[in-house]
Design a protein around this ligand. Structure first.
Ligand SMILES: NC(=O)c1ccc[n+]([C@@H]2O[C@H](COP(=O)([O-])OP(=O)(O)OC[C@H]3O[C@@H](n4cnc5c(N)ncnc54)[C@H](OP(=O)(O)O)[C@@H]3O)[C@@H](O)[C@H]2O)c1
Length: 266
């Protein structure tokens, strides 16, 4: 049995692949990893933003940064990203952060958009995780951070399919992490609640007062995510209000969870 509880995963000199590093939480995770000495491979669709971030981080931290264009909502996107990574050094840390939400009428959403969200939030995450967890296990070591959500913990009317994609991400991470208990590869889940990024605008949602009041800063979410990588924290829920909510949810029936979620989210 590998005893990892008291150890700290050192990031200096390692290479981390961060998806969705062009904005929001992923951009801040890239900054945090760079500040702790990791070399980076950054992926997203907006290459100009990745290049600007690359210049910033190479200058500030003396690390190496590669940027790769990737559209992970496309069925070939994850496979192409994996192929592109074969030209860069081995990936020691994978952060599956790229993701989008869709708010509103779950039955009425255009299928092409919803299929793209499921491809991005679920299929690409599973594909990248399978590949890199495999190469990490062969090399004997690695860390994967999945950006899930507080939405992973309950049915989410108003975000029906999005919430379900995030439930997949959390359950998949926890199960794989348990499967991998005897080797030094961890699959960890970061579960932010409402965070101040472009997420809501892109989702077509205006947040309610309760959501705005408990919103997190992506800088804080990113710091906790990178702490989770270094400390092997299986599930991280940032923020006291979110911790209390997700813990309290366990005490009430799922039907009531759905009703309460509808009142907050719809
Ligand atoms: N903000 C919140 O309240 C919140 C709460 C819980 C969980 N999360 C999760 O946090 C993660 C990051 O979201 P965020 O809040 O930081 O939102 P954001 O600011 O909109 O960032 C989303 C990132 O994902 C990338 N992305 C979107 N579509 C993509 C595609 N087809 N292919 C590749 N990359 C794509 C975007 O890059 P390009 O547009 O350049 O491709 C961007 O870098 C998501 O998984 C989200 O579900 C967010």
């Amino acid at each position: 049995m590998f005893h990892h509880a008291a150890m700290r995963f050192e990031l200096g000199g390692r290479r981390a692949l961060v998806t969705g590093a062009s904005a929001g939480i992923g951009l801040e995770i890239a900054r945090e990893l760079a500040a702790r000495g990791a070399h980076l491979t950054l992926a997203a669709r907006r290459l100009d933003r990745l290049e600007a971030l690359s210049r910033e981080l190479e200058a500030a931290h003396g690390i190496e940064v590669d940027v790769l264009p990737a559209d992970l909502a496309h069925p070939d996107g994850a496979r192409e990203l994996i192929a592109a990574c074969s030209d860069t050094p081995d990936i020691d840390v994978l952060v599956n952060n790229a993701g989008v939400g869709m708010h509103g009428d779950g039955v009425g959403h255009a299928w092409e958009s919803e299929r793209g969200m499921i491809q991005l939030n679920v299929v690409a995450v599973a594909e990248l995780t399978k590949h890199f967890a495999g190469t990490m296990r062969e090399r004997g070591c690695g860390r994967i951070l999945q950006v899930a959500s507080t939405a992973s913990f309950l049915p989410c009317p108003g975000y029906a399919a999005y919430g379900a994609t995030k439930a997949f991400v959390l359950h998949h991470a926890e199960a794989l992490d348990e499967e991998l208990r005897d080797c030094d590869v961890r699959v960890l889940a970061l579960c932010p609640g409402s965070t101040n990024t472009d997420f809501f605008e892109i989702s077509g949602n205006v947040r309610g007062r309760a959501q705005v009041a408990t919103s997190l800063d992506p800088v804080d979410v990113a710091r906790l995510g990178v702490d989770a990588i270094q400390r092997d924290r299986r599930v991280t829920v940032p923020g006291l209000a979110n911790k209390l909510t997700t813990a309290g949810l366990r005490l009430i029936p799922r039907r009531l969870q759905a009703t309460l979620a509808r009142i907050v989210l719809e």
